[in-house]
Write a protein that binds this ligand. Sequence first.
Ligand SMILES: [Cu+2]
Length: 238
Amino acid sequence: MKQAYRILTNFVMPLLIISALIFANELGVGAAEPGTIAGNVKVLGAINSANVVVYLESVGDDNFDAPSEHAIMDQKNKEYIPHVLPIVKGTTVDFVNSDDGIFHNVHAYREDKSTIFNVAMPFAGTKYSRKFDNEGEVLVLCDKHQEMRAYIVVLPNPYFAKTNKYGDFVIKNVPPGKYTLKTWHENRQPESQEIVVEPGKITKVNLILKEKKHRDQKRASITERPRFHKPSFLNFIQ
Ligand SMILES: [Cu+2]
């Protein structure tokens, strides 16, 4: 009897506890509660502090499924809406023409000014879907209307936010850990900050994006309108 008890306490019980822990881990029980990153980015010298993309440079191995839901880039009143569209890599964007009787196109460029694609959007209701797998900034123009300009910012993970006009942003459900938080803005140098996210807590971040200086000219030239437009529409270039 004594020996049976010893087997139970020394062998069976620990085994049961270990199996229970493995099971709990698989269920996500005991996984650290996520945290929140909230703060403000001031864009000095700009009309307002909107359209700053705030994101985490890397989270784990950055291996995240893209959302099945498509993002939308609308062409309305000769404007791209939204002006800045942050997405996680692998997301499909639906480009839509909502302008009755206006012939638009969507001309998308890589950061090196080479064309990613150039498609005609001849009438209201035209839709073109495109998946973005490569991280980085995509400049979106319309060859017909100089004022039409937008940016798609393709990010490594889903932990990002876009500032409102006051510069406020919130990134929710962030796994606890140490990260490098970075900014993207269409004509400001990126800023970065090392941060720590703790379970169930809010990490506060305040950043300032300074005005462009002459040494920022290189960056400015990237966002200039490229001058080598292909004149023909309806050509789908990979
Ligand atoms: Cu247009």
